[in-house]
Design a binder for this molecule. Structure first.
Ligand code: PEP
Length: 262
């Protein structure tokens, strides 16, 4: 059971979240097996577990995972329109019809390989929220930006040009994920102090934009080479409310360790 001892008062307002991002990995059979191990494992019931899976896996996983296991599915992307001549795309309303609760938007891989910019992400956020989806909104800087000490202003621009287009009321459907690009899939993690510095800065930005209540209630996840061995230290930072986990979420034992690291 979760112990609230030593947790700052304002952290209690927020959910602890462990979200796995499978990216373009696993066959359907492998994915079903992985999700079943996660769903059936002994887990801290206070922690929200989310699996961001390939579109093809959503329906088979919904059939196999019991809703009582409290493992929620996320899509890894969606289009900014609900229908039309957009070959190969999946719309927010299609996900909503399938009762997929979450969608990840703004992952750095989509920003880089699919040229998704802040303006497009603002449209996607709008469309996803209008369809009734909850959004895991990713932000984070590249190595050159960190070296130039511009990481905080970079993330501020990402938030103000995309996320801050939505209302305070809608923020209850947002999870922010801070993912320094230099730590994604590299094995290099931000230090707990680096993560805390940025998370506190993001929370201050949320407070300035939406007020203290929204800032205190919004979960901010860290992403970038989170593993079973480093999750506890990172998650114990006062403004870190969990993780968005790539590589390590493909290993059920490791991911369950991360879920139980709060
Ligand atoms: C990610 O894809 O969001 C991520 C953080 O990947 P990894 O954990 O592998 O660095």
């Amino acid at each position: 059971m979760h112990s609230y001892k030593n947790i700052p008062q304002n952290k209690m307002a927020r959910k602890n979240i462990a979200a796995g991002n499978w990216k373009m990995n696993t066959s359907i059979e492998e994915g079903v097996a992985l999700a079943q191990v996660v769903a059936n494992a002994q887990r801290d019931k206070e922690t929200v577990t989310i699996l961001a899976v390939p579109f093809t896996h959503i329906y088979p996983l919904q059939k196999k995972i019991k809703s009582s296991s409290k493992v929620f599915l996320a899509a890894q992307n969606c289009h900014h329109k609900n229908s039309g001549a957009y070959t190969g795309e999946i719309s927010p309303s299609m996900l909503a019809t399938m009762k997929v609760p979450y969608v990840v938007l703004g992952h750095s891989e989509r920003r880089e390989y699919n040229h998704e910019d802040n303006a497009l992400l603002a449209l996607k956020l709008r469309a996803a929220l209008d369809a009734g989806l909850k959004v895991i909104f990713c932000c984070g800087e590249a190595l050159e930006i960190r070296k130039a000490n511009s990481h905080i202003s970079h993330v501020k621009t990402q938030l103000s040009e995309s996320l801050f287009q939505i209302s305070a009321q809608e923020m209850k459907n947002i999870i922010v994920a801070y993912e320094p690009i230099w730590a994604i899939g590299t094995g290099e993690t931000a230090s707990p102090a680096q993560a805390q510095e940025m998370h506190a800065a993001i929370r201050a930005m949320l407070q300035k934009q939406y007020g203290k209540r929204v800032a205190d209630n919004t979960s901010i996840l860290y992403g970038g080479s989170v593993k079973g061995s480093n999750a506890k230290e990172i998650f114990s930072q006062p403004d870190v409310d969990g993780g968005l986990v790539g590589g390590a979420s493909l290993n059920a034992t490791e991911f369950v360790e991360i879920i139980n690291a709060f």
